[in-house]
Design a protein around this ligand. Sequence first.
Ligand SMILES: C[S@@+](CC[C@H](N)C(=O)[O-])C[C@H]1O[C@@H](n2cnc3c(N)ncnc32)[C@H](O)[C@@H]1O
Length: 249
Amino acid sequence: MSVRKPFPDVLAGIADVDGWLTDEQARRLHERAWELQEGAQIVEIGSFRGRSLIVLASAAPAGVRIVSIDPHGGGDRGPQEIAPDQHLGDADHAAFTANLQQAGVAERVTHIRKMSADALGDVDSDIDLLYIDGAHRFGPARRDIVDWGDRVPDGGTMLIHDSFSSIGVTLALLSATFVTGRWRYTGRSGSLAEYRREPMSVAGSALNFLRQGLQLGWFVRNVIIKGALTLKLYPLTRIFGHKTRDWPY
Ligand SMILES: C[S@@+](CC[C@H](N)C(=O)[O-])C[C@H]1O[C@@H](n2cnc3c(N)ncnc32)[C@H](O)[C@@H]1O
């Protein structure tokens, strides 16, 4: 069973695992999982074929509970893959199981094959590290941040993929983390934003609002790139420093 595996080994181990996670983002997940204490709990919403989950589970110390929530229904699967497709979902589930086994973390992980909104009652106790990468539409993304984020105690961490990149996720942030005064924005690796749960003063909340607001320039850039990719205006994406034909994340 893999426990506290160094980052270079983990990165090499996910090289062939499909998914959406850059090396820089993997490093941030690895660091946050590594520093947890025995008895802590990690919950990941949206595991797909296991790429990010393997990083979290390989970095966490022994005695950390690791829960993955993903219906593997083939819906909200990736960029522009919104409609459910059970055939694809079953293929994702089979790849997920095999990838976790291959990485030596299968027995560390409890997989709940449900939509996140239906799984709230399946997870006991506090969540020390919450990673959200499930449905990216505004409604479900906001519910994940608010309902699951509520389970994170002071001092805990929430990481959200596709922040300031997906329109749905960014609107969810605007209506939740920008204004609550409970989630301190601590930075991002590409679209992987990190928040620390802690009470803030009015001045602290205003500064927190501003720090998140400063990321909206990068959001506008990403929306332009996605529009240009959709219209096949590739020279325009290169002006913005985006050299591949994948959607930015
Ligand atoms: C972008 S992928 C996750 C990528 C993954 N974190 C990785 O590192 O490759 C989104 C995943 O969220 C799952 N999903 C979609 N809607 C969901 C929901 N309501 N609750 C939980 N998972 C959901 C999809 O089945 C899909 O596997």
